[in-house]
Design a protein around this ligand. Structure first.
Ligand code: PLP
Length: 372
């Protein structure tokens, strides 16, 4: 089979080591003679995997003890309503930097007032809005740190001052574990696993304990359904089991293996960030250098380190299909841009290697040489 380079936006490439050890565990988990998908989630071997996975999160992101780390089902999209269900008393503020952000705000509207502090929808979300003010009476301020479809990213932790002292909540589905994050700046961080920490099927939630159980007398979804109430899962975590019901055993195992790779082979998120910056610079330098291509993000400072979007430069629009075909022939997978942006998108998540990016850059250079 010819070598392929997987630039899919999600689900996406995983570390080979994680995939290999999962295959072994599917055959024989923890020397039990029983496969991972067939064990009881109440066996000691599994409880150890749960505890270790949570500890890996705590170690890699320096998560303090006053935060719970939960592994839930339903994807990030389920968190779009679970977050307001648990945190919205009267009003919430949202920064609308893409369709994921827009979808999360839409769900919040069922629970109370929603104020969109700023939106970049006017320019197909090709920039991160600046100069907004968070209303001081909002219960929380929701941001999407990486906008997977448009290739923009908020690569800093907003200060309390920038948030007008309103609690910060972040969807970090597509840049979690790609760089260091100061968890203490956030009340809650969530995301689907399938972009940097595992396969689809498990959702992570990092939540400060003291913010729960304060929805007051709000009319909608009050009391909370048991499964929607973070306290249900947090109470289990406190018992060091974190399993109110059957957890997604297989995705959590892959997450355990992926984070073990990140910690032991890569050396943690600081090191990961250095590698990610190197990969990202390689590709952006080529997008900017190559006369046949042009990046789609308006301000380079807003560019994502994970998702890189570009289109054919003016005058070369008719070569789009030819480049796609050439790239495919060279083993590039998943570089078609989202239909709302067009062109191309390469996602350089943690498990994507420098060699993968070098192959893509070489492919872009060769195409220019052959077609100009
Ligand atoms: C992929 C993605 C989602 C959707 O995640 P699901 O787990 O499929 O619901 C939400 N937000 C962002 C930023 C994403 O990249």
């Amino acid at each position: 089979m010819k070598q392929v380079h997987n630039f899919n936006a999600g689900p996406c490439v995983l570390p080979k080591e994680a995939v290999e050890s999962t295959i072994n565990a599917i055959r024989n988990f923890d020397n039990t003679g029983i496969g991972l998908m067939e064990i009881s989630h109440r066996t000691p071997g599994w409880e150890r995997v749960m505890a270790e996975t949570r500890q890996l999160w705590r170690d890699l992101l320096n998560i303090p003890d006053n935060y719970e780390v939960l592994f839930l089902g339903g994807g990030a999209s389920t968190q779009f309503f679970t977050v307001p269900a648990n945190l919205l008393k009267t009003k919430a503020a949202y920064l609308q930097t893409g369709v994921w952000a827009k979808k999360s705000a839409k769900e919040a509207k069922n629970f109370g007032k929603v104020e969109i502090v700023a939106s970049s929808e006017d320019k197909t979300y090709n920039y991160i809005p600046k100069g907004w003010t968070v209303p001081a009476d909002a219960d929380y301020f929701h941001i999407t740190t990486n906008n997977t479809i448009y290739g923009t990213e908020i690569r800093k932790d907003f200060t309390a001052e920038e948030c007008n002292n309103v609690m910060l909540v972040a969807d970090m589905s597509s840049d979690i574990m790609s760089r260091p994050v100061d968890v203490t700046k956030y009340g809650l961080i969530y995301g689907g696993a399938q972009k940097n920490v595992g396969p689809a099927g498990v959702t992570f939630v990092i939540v400060r304990k003291d913010i729960l159980g304060q929805i007051g007398d709000r009319a909608y979804m009050n009391p909370l359904p048991t499964m929607v109430d973070y306290r249900t899962h947090a109470a289990e975590e406190a018992k060091n089991i974190s399993m109110f019901n059957t957890p997604p055993v297989l995705p959590i195992f892959v997450m355990h293996e992926t984070l073990t790779w990140l910690k032991n082979t890569i050396g943690g998120v600081e090191e990961m960030n250095k590698i990610n910056m190197k990969k990202s610079n390689l590709l952006y330098e080529e997008i900017d250098r190559n006369s046949m291509f042009v990046g789609t993000v308006a301000d380079k400072a807003d560019r994502s380190i994970m998702n890189h979007c570009w289109v054919m430069a003016p005058g070369y629009e008719d070569k789009q299909d030819a480049f796609m075909a050439f790239a495919k022939e060279q083993g590039m997978v998943g570089i078609k841009g989202h239909r709302s942006v067009g062109g191309f998108r390469a996602s350089l998540y943690n498990a994507c290697t420098v060699e993968d990016v070098e192959a893509l850059v070489a492919c872009m250079q060769e195409f220019e040489k052959n077609n100009k």
